[in-house]
Ligand binder design. Structure first.
Ligand code: HPA
Ligand code: ZN
Length: 341
């Protein structure tokens, strides 16, 4: 068997967790068209090929414009159920044993889609997937940072009754010019209510946004964190405190955060002792789910099996699973690695 096949099977089958995926970013063109027809929402493309042909982005905002246009086809509880179920099947096929999924309520509620419809559709799919596929999950509600902190606060209050369903809060959308400090009070209230905090930082924004997210939002993980590569002192802090970075290589490539995957900082940060993980972000738009992201960095950065196993272990230790299930999954990784030798 050629080496590459062996490595691709190793990548696909090693037990792992996905910690950075926007459920709205898993909307494949086929489902986009189907739901557009079902819900009477007009679209700019008439076939899946035509939709996909538009998925070439100059930057984050360019992508977000298409992403927010796409979410408009999501209207009914069943739409969110089908979207989430399709993602979970793909993640399961890529060896994900646990997923922590973002959703963007502020992309739905202003269109008249009730918060309860969004959460209930996603939640029902997560519960069914745990029973049917053995994939456990957590749900993370993101605030759109290019909308006001007041709007985020209203969203947080709407989410309070769902605290038993939603484990954490995050911060996403257009980063530059929307620093973490703007959301300090919202995150304080969210943490006081029992939500774990994460934030996108250092994707297009500078390394200082990563420090701000840690100091002011008191986040448990940094989503992306690519720009940590610019700040050695910050790297020492992230390594010392073992703050997870949920990196998304194919997203970074597609949004031109990195010019080329061979220049992606993932391996340098991993080697510097940071708790780096690999994730898919918006896989329907960035041409690849979880295993494709591992495979892309494996090829571009010449990662070996020990690196892949380290990334898989990091995904488990960075998750919000209880200790017993973490230990079980880490033991499964060890057994898998041993058997693959
Ligand atoms: N970056 C920031 N916000 C987002 C993204 C992303 O890649 N996807 C959905 N919202
Ligand atoms: Zn993201």
């Amino acid at each position: 068997m050629p080496d590459d096949t062996t490595m691709d099977a190793f990548i696909r089958d090693i037990p792992k967790a996905e910690l950075h995926v926007h459920i709205e970013g898993t909307l494949e063109p086929e489902m986009l068209l189907e739901l557009g027809k079902r819900n009477g929402v007009a679209l700019d493309c008439a076939s899946a090929e035509e939709c996909r042909a538009a998925y070439h982005f100059n930057d984050l905002q360019h992508f977000l414009d298409l992403y927010y246009a796409g979410v408009e086809v999501l209207v009914a509880e069943q739409d969110f159920y089908e979207l989430t179920t399709a993602y979970l099947r793909r993640a399961h096929g890529d060896g994900a044993r646990h997923v922590e999924v973002f959703f963007d309520p502020q992309s739905h509620t202003p269109r008249g889609v009730p918060f309860a419809v969004v959460v209930e559709g996603i939640r029902r799919a997560l519960v069914d997937a745990e029973r049917q596929l053995g994939v456990s999950s957590r749900l993370i509600m993101c605030f759109l940072r290019d909308q006001s902190p007041a709007s985020a606060m209203v969203t947080l209050e709407t989410a309070r009754p769902y605290r038993h369903v939603i484990a954490g809060v995050g911060l996403d959308s257009a980063e530059v010019g929307h620093p973490p400090r703007d959301f300090k009070e919202v995150f304080r209230v969210a943490r006081d209510a029992g939500f774990v905090a994460v934030a996108h930082a250092g994707e297009e924004g500078p390394a200082e946004y990563i420090s701000e997210a840690l100091d002011l939002l008191k986040v448990a993980r940094i989503d992306h964190g690519v720009r940590a590569i610019d700040d050695p002192a910050l790297q020492r802090r992230l390594a010392g405190e073992q703050i997870p970075l949920t990196m998304c290589p194919l997203s970074n490539l597609e949004l031109q955060v990195t010019p080329d995957l061979s220049q992606h900082p993932l391996k340098r940060l991993l080697d510097a002792g940071l708790r780096v993980t690999v994730n898919s972000d918006d896989p329907a738009y960035f041409d690849g789910y979880l295993a494709a992201n591992y495979a892309a960095v494996q090829h571009a950065l010449d990662l070996d099996r020990d690196d892949i196993a380290a990334l898989a272990r990091n995904s488990i230790t960075s998750s919000w699973l209880p200790t017993a299930r973490r230990d079980q999954l880490l033991a499964e990784i060890d057994a898998f690695v041993t058997a693959a030798r």
